[in-house]
Design a protein around this ligand. Sequence first.
Ligand SMILES: CC(C)(COP(=O)(O)OP(=O)(O)OC[C@H]1O[C@@H](n2cnc3c(N)ncnc32)[C@H](O)[C@@H]1OP(=O)(O)O)[C@@H](O)C(=O)NCCC(=O)NCCS
Length: 159
Amino acid sequence: MQKRWTYRKTSGEYETISAMIESVFKSSIAPLYPPEGVSFFLDYIKPDKLSARRAGGNISYLAVDHTENKPVGFIEGRTPSHICLLFVDESCRKQGIAKTLVSHLIRHFWDKDPNLKAITVHASPNAVEAYAAMGFVPDGKESVENGIRYLPMKKKLTK
Ligand SMILES: CC(C)(COP(=O)(O)OP(=O)(O)OC[C@H]1O[C@@H](n2cnc3c(N)ncnc32)[C@H](O)[C@@H]1OP(=O)(O)O)[C@@H](O)C(=O)NCCC(=O)NCCS
């Protein structure tokens, strides 16, 4: 079946991206966090915060449903090698969107540093299995910061 989405760098559509992330967060992750973590995260994904981090050098890619022209996946990365956000709309999961967004980010990081050996993420508890399926392994103990529970994970990179 032909894929309904295309991938590209973000270019200013932060209101719709923020709304998509917020909707996914509220159904998939917020129930796992205390109120402090929920409000910290909702502030982190406000449109002006997404935009400011992009202007400050973070890189982000979108999967866009081209039949409906709406974002269905989003990844944000911080150089040299960290995934800050990875979200996929519930209606489009398990069809390779996250894996493709991660591969776009890895290519970007490699462009910056061809010798880069690993990429990291602070995985929310519900996403650990998906990251493991994408080759990430635990890289420390589960921690809590600002009410955000996460497991540090790392994926070795080979060309
Ligand atoms: C985690 C998330 C980004 C995965 O997105 P996705 O587009 O469905 O992932 P993909 O289809 O690219 O799957 C990549 C691999 O993970 C596996 N996978 C995906 N979701 C999984 C799950 N819930 N449990 C176990 N494995 C899973 C897939 O089977 C695939 O493995 P395979 O290549 O061996 O088949 C998505 O479920 C999501 O947005 N969750 C809520 C937000 C979140 O937790 N984000 C992470 C914050 S750190």
